[in-house]
Design a protein around this ligand. Structure first.
Ligand code: BES
Ligand code: ZN
Ligand code: MN
Length: 474
């Protein structure tokens, strides 16, 4: 989709009206917004997406909307830049569809090619341009997540990360299975070695503020910065069969999207680089396929993690936390300002929240309100869960240090928190705040969100908000 300042010939004019009935007379498309005075931030996003979704239904290629109509609808406290950025993001996100594997119809895909926003002030124009960059990156992440696992192996995800950084200052490196074995990353290796396509540990570095110096700390190499980086960690399970504890029924459906945390991290770093944000950002993505095979881990296996702690595999389907443990330990060498991980970790999060909010847990309860505000403002909605001491039983091992599902108590209880408590064991070694986001709820778009079926690209907008926060405070 291209944004233009003037409507071309034949562009259909969009009119935002009260009520609930769509009307189209060939020249004007009337998009209903409900009660205009009730439009808050959330609703504004939904209506902006609806504009494009309805235009697509009517197979319109070229549409136009006057900026003053937009501004009149937006919440009163929203400035022109923000109106532009939010609307621009919404338009481009709503235009995306995963049709890579479909034969193109004779009349072409029903997508909006040009969108004229007329009479926009300069600040709004800048907002639209940034919104376009943001949503383009989100849509690229959605495309990676939507790609079937047969075409999205750990190596393909690495290649995709490299492609994502083309034209930016960000650099991609990786560790293959041999290198991970040598380093002692028994978690990633243990989960990934059973597949024909071997694991990769993807590292994306964007030095937007200053370049690091290598220092020796207790004899080991570490990086030192004037501006400590925001380290993002993303679960990159390219397919989750469950492993030896194989998933049954329809539980395996959509598990090609189990790398959505990883694709979000890749494109959040690319986004920071493209927007030229003056801060340092690192993305760490352990990429594995969790499947069955002669080399696969079994229930009862004990893996030695990078932290030195042993992980007792009680269920091979709780694989995400095992690979993330190594990535969180790896994050330590960057001396980060904050570590944030995103993972499609538990079906329990989906059970708790439906498709409407991600679950988050943090080591620093004083930051909960800040995180909630960032989530709300960014549009990547999420809600907190506790990591209280009372839940410590969940991570008490019997034959190893930490079990990957509770060894005692009812393992069906507190499923979301169980994932968080496991990661907390490894995050405790960090000298900075840590936030874990269980994005299983928003792995796919919710009905009514006006986004195409499939991956939703969460939590890239939250990551951006976090990166911007640290850029301003750093
Ligand atoms: N990738 C799944 C979680 C998931 C389920 C994400 C549905 C999105 C939609 C994860 O690896 C998993 O299998 N979790 C188990 C954990 C259990 C074994 C403790 C689950 O949710 O059942
Ligand atoms: Zn999984
Ligand atoms: Mn699993």
């Amino acid at each position: 989709m291209k944004f233009q300042p003037k409507a071309g010939k034949g562009a259909v004019v969009i009119e935002l009206i009260e009520g609930s009935v769509v009307h189209f007379d060939g020249k004007t498309l009337s998009v209903p917004c409900g009660e205009k005075k009730e439009v808050n931030r959330r609703k504004f996003v939904t209506i902006m997406r609806k504009v494009v979704a309805v235009a697509k239904q009517y197979k319109l290629k070229s549409i136009a909307l006057d900026y003053s109509d937009l501004k009149a609808l937006a919440p009163k406290d929203m400035g022109d830049y923000e109106v532009g950025r939010i609307a621009g993001t919404a338009f481009v996100m709503a235009n995306y569809e995963h049709n890579t594997y479909k034969t193109k119809p004779k009349e072409g895909w029903s997508m909006v090619d040009t969108f004229a926003i007329t009479d926009a002030p300069q600040e709004a124009k800048e907002g639209f341009a940034d919104g376009h960059v943001i949503a383009t990156e989100i849509n690229r992440a959605r495309e990676l997540s939507n790609t079937p696992a047969g075409d999205m192996t750990p190596k393909s995800l690495l290649a995709a990360a490299k492609r994502a950084m083309v034209g930016t200052k960000a650099k991609v490196t990786s560790l293959n299975m041999k290198q991970m074995e040598k380093l002692g990353m028994g978690g990633v290796v243990g989960v990934g070695k059973g597949a024909e396509d071997k694991p990769e540990f993807i590292i994306v570095e964007y030095w937007g503020a200053d370049s690091p110096r290598t220092v020796l700390k207790k004899g080991a190499k570490e990086l030192s910065f004037k501006n400590p980086p925001v380290v993002l960690v993303g679960k990159g399970v390219t397919f989750d069969t469950g492993g030896m504890n194989i998933k049954t029924g329809d539980h395996m459906y959509e598990m090609h999207m189990d790398m959505s945390g990883g694709s979000a991290v890749i494109h959040a770093v690319a986004l920071a680089a493209r927007l030229g944000i003056k801060t340092n950002v690192v993305g760490l993505i352990p990429a594995v396929e969790n499947t069955t095979g002669p080399q696969s881990m079994r229930p009862g296996d004990i893996l030695k993690s990078l932290s030195g702690k042993t992980i007792e595999i009680l269920n091979t389907d709780a694989e995400g936390r095992v690979i993330l443990a190594d990535a969180i330990t790896y994050a330590k060498r960057y001396n980060p300002a904050i570590v944030a991980d995103a993972a499609t970790l538990t079906g329990a999060a989906l059970t708790a929240f439906g498709e409407w909010a991600n679950a988050f847990m943090t080591s620093d309860s004083k930051m909960i309100m800040d995180f909630m505000d960032l989530a709300e403002e960014s549009g990547d909605y999420m809600w907190p869960m506790p990591l209280w001491k009372e839940y410590d039983y969940i991570v008490k091992g019997v034959f190893g240090d930490v079990p990957n599902i509770p060894a005692t108590g009812n393992s069906r209880y507190a499923g979301v928190i169980g994932g968080g408590k496991f990661l907390e064991v490894f995050a405790k070694e960090l000298d900075c705040p840590w936030i874990h986001i269980d994005i299983a709820p928003k792995m796919t778009a919710a009905p009514g969100e006006h986004l195409a079926k499939g991956a939703a690209g969460s939590p890239i907008r939250f990551f951006l908000a976090l990166i911007e926060k640290y850029a301003h405070s750093g």
